[in-house]
Design a protein around this ligand. Structure first.
Ligand SMILES: *Cc1c(COP(=O)(O)O)cnc(C)c1O
Length: 235
């Protein structure tokens, strides 16, 4: 029952926001590896925002659903390879995983003008883990200026995936640090309104620390991997 799961997750989000005295964040349904029909079921229940990790997988689902559900919003949350940037600029409404100058320039160059500005979040590797996606905090100001200077892009805020400590409570300092970065940017960039953090097992903590958008897959769709539509791309 997809709409029962959706209602349960939305209620848990509201409860977490209430408990923390925070406004309720938006919900991004993370549909990676799920078949288009699983997206259609949530869309029929009124949900519009979906997150995908792989560009081609998202392009296929968007095409499969365009006639039935033309108003869906597609967000890229997986690492963006430079050679996929042109397709990503066409397919997505948001790219949350912008983390280096080359990707900023490629998305801006390839965004079809008729699609309007592409919403962009800059992904921050807030704990400075080596080899992980996301820009380093010290590189953030220059990257933000580069995004904000592109008329084809709309700079909307920040995204983060903390180190997956087995105890989600240990991710709290990373969420808190993200909020500090986010608030200092929001003061300087009027369009900035989105802090994307929190997944199925830690969204309540992320909400308490200031998330305005949570990205939830497993709690909405069940476990990944055994579905009829396994991923054919790797990040
Ligand atoms: C898969 C994924 C999620 C959703 O994770 P769940 O634990 O299934 O809720 C959120 N954000 C990103 C970047 C992901 O890759």
């Amino acid at each position: 029952m997809p709409d029962a799961r959706l209602r349960t997750v939305m209620q848990r989000i509201l409860n977490a926001a209430d408990a923390a005295g925070r406004p309720a964040p938006a919900l991004l349904a993370v549909s990676k590896t799920q078949p288009a029909e699983a997206v259609a079921a949530l869309a029929a229940a009124g949900h519009v925002a979906f997150g995908e990790n792989y560009v081609q997988e998202a392009a296929a689902k968007r095409a499969a659903l365009a006639a039935r559900h033309p108003a869906l919003q597609w967000h890229l949350i997986g690492h963006l390879q430079s050679n996929k940037a042109a397709l990503a600029a066409e397919v997505f409404d948001w790219v949350q995983s912008v983390d280096r100058p080359g990707v900023v320039d490629a998305l801006a160059r390839h965004r079809p003008p008729a699609r309007g500005p592409l919403n962009v979040l800059v992904q921050v590797n807030v704990e400075g883990e080596t080899g992980k996606a996301g820009c380093r905090p010290e590189d953030l100001p220059a990257l933000v200026e580069r995004v904000a200077a592109q008329p084809a892009l709309a700079f909307r805020g920040l995204m983060s995936i903390p180190v997956p400590h087995p105890d989600p409570e240990q991710r709290r300092p990373a969420f808190r640090r993200m909020r500090g970065l986010f608030e200092s940017l929001a003061g300087r960039h009027p369009g900035v309104d989105t802090l994307s953090m929190g997944m199925s097992d830690d969204f309540a903590i992320a909400i308490a620390e200031g998330a305005t958008l949570v990205r939830i897959g497993t709690a909405l769709f069940g476990p990944r991997g055994a579905g009829p539509n396994p991923p054919t791309e790797r990040p």
